[in-house]
Design a protein around this ligand. Sequence first.
Ligand code: AMP
Length: 220
Amino acid sequence: MEKTQMAMLKLVLLGPPGAGKGTQAKSLSEELGLAHISTGDILRQAIQLDSALGKEAKHYVDKGELVPDGLVTKMVIERLKRPDAKRGFILDGFPRNIKQAEDLDSFFAQEGYSDYKVIYLDATEKTIIQRLGGRMICKKCQAVFHMTNMPPKEGSRCDFCKSELYQRQDDREETVKYRLSVYAQATKPVVEYYARQGRIMEFDADRESSVVLKEMLQGL
Ligand code: AMP
């Protein structure tokens, strides 16, 4: 595919928590010049800023529950209407259930986006638990580190902006187990929904992120 066509790509990234969606979405957006739209990042930022959206979402995010569809879908559609997203985007963390997938399809139909692709990153529970257990996030720029796989250079400071790193409340072991059950119940059917539409490109995300990225870029 030519570089200009690549820049117009519309991608949806699916997979369980810890499959590497955030990391891969960031790399793909940089490589292909796409807007990276992460619902988790937008919600965490709103919580930090204590905005009206943040106040409503906090309780759900901390517990690993899905934030109500109305709030999240509205937020995503507003973001997708911005000019940078009109030039191509990668959706990371949305849709998370069938209702969201159907609402997204209605919006895509309205915009004439029939050619979007869905990337599905699959990972085993063993990998997921190991990845989420050591994950640390930058309070300011949201960069992601891992205490053993990708440790920060200076203690618990971000390599890029030097802000403090923290462990997401929902990365604690009990909450991770709950998030996996939410994934199995609500989000896994979305993978089947897109498979029926013949849109899924599946990748084994137990492997190192650079290997998966290379394969995805070749596949696109
Ligand atoms: P993530 O960073 O994608 O793991 O998302 C963190 C949390 O944000 C999830 O556990 C949910 O509480 C919330 N969240 C993110 N995306 C969605 C979505 N599409 N629908 C509902 N809640 C979401």
